[in-house]
Design a protein around this ligand. Sequence first.
Ligand SMILES: NC(=O)c1ccc[n+]([C@@H]2O[C@H](COP(=O)([O-])OP(=O)(O)OC[C@H]3O[C@@H](n4cnc5c(N)ncnc54)[C@H](OP(=O)(O)O)[C@@H]3O)[C@@H](O)[C@H]2O)c1
Length: 292
Amino acid sequence: MPQKILVTGASSGFGKLAVSRLLGRGHKVAAAMRGVGGRNSAAAGELAGQGALVVEMDVCDGGSVDAGVARAIEEFGGLDAVVNNAGQGVVGVQESFTPEDWQRIFDVNVFGVQRVVRAVLPHMRGKRSGLLVQISSVLGRIAVPFYGPYIASKWALEAMSENYRVELSRFGVDVVVVEPGGFLTAFLGNLMQPGDHTRDGSLAGMPREARDFLQGFEQALAANPAQDPGNVADAIVGLIEAPAGQRPFRTIVDKMGMGDAIQPYNEHFEKISSDLYSAFGIGHLRQLQTQA
Ligand SMILES: NC(=O)c1ccc[n+]([C@@H]2O[C@H](COP(=O)([O-])OP(=O)(O)OC[C@H]3O[C@@H](n4cnc5c(N)ncnc54)[C@H](OP(=O)(O)O)[C@@H]3O)[C@@H](O)[C@H]2O)c1
């Protein structure tokens, strides 16, 4: 059955690939991106040529999100799935990111998701079905140095998604999280730098270590063609096409070892979480997820 899907951050990377593959599978897809008539006009034209409904959407602007979601619902006569993919990374020593830097990252990676989710939920709750695909990261499960605000934002997205998973299950709305490892998309070239470099000289060489760490990581990615961004798009397609109520909550996409290390952690966490719900006497709230 063709589905009606909206993908945020569709101008490049995983989002653009997912839109193309979903269209290729016969789905109706709204490719939501900012700068349709400007910075992203080429991507917009390309996806429109493939049959996408291109929708202007800056996830940091509530009016833009509301208008974009409303337009997709109106043009398609509804929405079955939303892929919260738009995101922004960082690189640098955590202390050097100003509170304003942190706000900018959370505005895209966390509050942006909340804006989109709030715009679409009245519709999905109303029809008692739907799917939210949250693009997190393996860095939403572990923390390594030099990506501080980004990692914190993805941990926040994971927590937000855990909560939505439970609160939305009674409405038949599935919530799933995709956790990619590192991939060579535009993401790594667009990493936000710290806003304050005045402390660099007193940080015991860490600013250089941060740059070297990133460079080494990029080289490792370039040397591993199996780490194909298309794998993430395929995982998104697979989750959307899976039967409602039977989708795995977390899906790791990685062929560089990180995924293998985190999978047992995810499984263990799932059990601990389930046990805690039971201990608190709210186990029935989680049961709904599988019954939806
Ligand atoms: N690549 C990786 O290594 C990796 C690993 C794990 C998770 N992820 C996550 O995967 C998602 C997609 O990343 P990607 O690798 O495909 O990177 P990408 O090619 O840089 O794509 C990021 C997308 O987000 C969009 N975006 C950023 N701020 C936005 C805003 N305010 N409003 C609307 N769109 C906005 C970008 O739009 P513009 O073109 O207009 O900037 C772009 O389309 C992100 O959530 C990222 O955190 C990436």
